[in-house]
Write a protein that binds this ligand. Structure first.
Ligand SMILES: NC(=O)c1ccc[n+]([C@@H]2O[C@H](COP(=O)([O-])OP(=O)(O)OC[C@H]3O[C@@H](n4cnc5c(N)ncnc54)[C@H](OP(=O)(O)O)[C@@H]3O)[C@@H](O)[C@H]2O)c1
Length: 399
């Protein structure tokens, strides 16, 4: 029986609130707090359990500390934006409360993400005797757990890891992102990066493309090499990995729109003067693009996110592919969100459950692959994200 404070009432926060409410034996009291209080109230109204709601600016640490002291949660789940990570970690440190998030810190004025800023809290969290679990979404999150599971069950050594994220859904809008547009476009337009033989290698944005034949009737799609944060923690914690890459599908339509927007400067994060005030073009673009939350009732099709892994077991080369398929419309029927928010919010709830039930415990700052994957994998099957270990022939796949 635990009290949990969820910060952020966007697409992901809504799913986390719904899913925590489905498990009252773990999450006995829930408070949902965000910058815009009406969004918290709208989510609470969809849930058939009383949920406390609060307005909070999580960048205002004293105010957030006040809310934490008043509600007295055992855990804060941060599903606001990556810009808030350090402020929320500071408030947890001051109040001695555990912390969980789904995305690593990004400075607002630089499109760069890395774990250093949050790993730097290690000593302070240890000394305070509290725990932070970083990246408990799908990717990062479940993909780290899939990799740890593969290592535990199938391999003595993992040599190559390809994380492949496919959204084969259609929302019918000319251009929209399926999670926060600002964060999404910053991620997609930065230089690609992958790990090979102990070094990070960079590529031009979206310049490396392959085709991958997705299972269960989704079929072949173009996948593009991107840098994604779980690569940084996985190669640190699983030093045997010789090559780690991350791939994502994009439709030609998405890429054409993105090219034009980039070409005319609309994705820039450099402030410009506009009619006497400073605006950031990407933030203005976010304001005119569809709110990802509004795509829920429109999106059809499925996502397929998984890990293709090659390594050695008992001296023999071996491959495995572990994936989840999630249906946008089914998610909407259950929690009024599309599958991208769902596949992030469910693992956030399960990560919280692992911490609050003592299955995953420690003092300090942790990534998902540092814990036993088995209880997490079991809960994925129960709480809406069943996974599959592909049993077909993987020998011909070359990426
Ligand atoms: N690991 C994964 O698989 C994965 C996948 C997708 C997304 N994510 C992460 O999930 C997080 C949420 O994404 P989303 O799509 O739900 O974004 P979203 O729809 O934009 O929601 C973000 C929410 O945070 C609130 N917020 C922003 N700044 C705040 C502040 N200073 N104080 C309090 N609340 C604040 C926003 O408030 P307003 O409503 O007032 O704007 C909004 O309700 C992001 O960090 C994203 O990177 C992770």
């Amino acid at each position: 029986m635990s009290r949990v404070l969820i910060i952020g009432a966007g697409g992901v926060g809504s799913v986390v609130a719904h899913k925590c409410a489905q498990v009252p034996e773990v999450f006995s009291e829930i408070c949902l707090a965000s910058r815009t209080h009406s969004k918290c109230e709208a989510i609470a109204a969809q849930i058939d359990r009383p949920i406390r709601t609060e307005q909070v600016d999580a960048d205002n640490v004293p105010r957030l500390v006040g809310l934490i002291k008043d509600f007295k949660p055992e855990l804060v789940i941060n599903v606001a934006l990556p810009y808030q990570d350090l402020h929320i970690m500071d408030a947890c440190l001051e109040t001695g409360v555990d912390y969980l998030d789904t995305a690593n810190y990004e400075p607002p004025d630089e499109a760069k993400f890395c774990y250093k800023w949050q790993w730097d809290y290690q000593q302070r969290y240890r000394e305070k005797g509290i725990m932070a679990l970083l990246g408990s979404g799908f990717d990062p999150g479940v993909t780290n757990v899939f990799t740890a599971w593969a290592k535990k069950k199938h391999f003595d050594e993992i040599h190559t890891l390809d994380i492949i994220d496919c959204n084969a859904g259609e929302h019918g809008r000319p251009f929209a992102t399926n999670f926060n547009p600002e964060i999404n476009i910053r991620e997609v337009t930065q230089r690609g990066k992958f790990y090979e033989d102990g070094q990070w290698r960079e590529t031009d944005p979206l310049s490396v493309c392959r085709t991958f034949d997705f299972p269960e009737g989704i079929g072949p799609c173009n996948i593009y090499l991107l840098y994604h944060e779980e690569l940084e923690s996985l190669v640190k914690h699983m030093p045997g990995i010789k090559r780690g890459r991350f791939w994502m599908t994009f439709s030609d339509n998405y890429l054409n729109h993105l090219n034009v927007l980039q070409g005319i400067g609309m994705t820039s994060i450099e402030p410009i003067d506009y009619q006497g005030q400073q605006i950031i073009p990407l933030q203005f673009l976010k304001a005119v693009l569809p709110d990802p939350g509004s795509l829920g009732p429109l999106t059809k099709g499925r996502t397929c996110i998984g890990c293709l892994i090659q390594g050695v077991k008992d001296g023999k080369e071996k491959r495995c592919y572990i994936y989840n398929i999630c249906d946008h419309e089914q998610c909407y029927r259950e929690v009024k969100s599309q599958a991208v928010s769902y596949t992030t919010g469910v693992p956030a709830m399960i990560g919280a459950m692992m911490m609050l039930t003592g299955k995953w415990r420690g003092k300090g700052v942790f990534n998902m692959e540092e814990f036993d994957p088995e209880p997490f994998m079991e809960k994925l099957n129960i709480h809406g994200l069943p996974w599959v270990e592909y049993d077909g022939d993987l020998s011909g796949i070359e990426l």
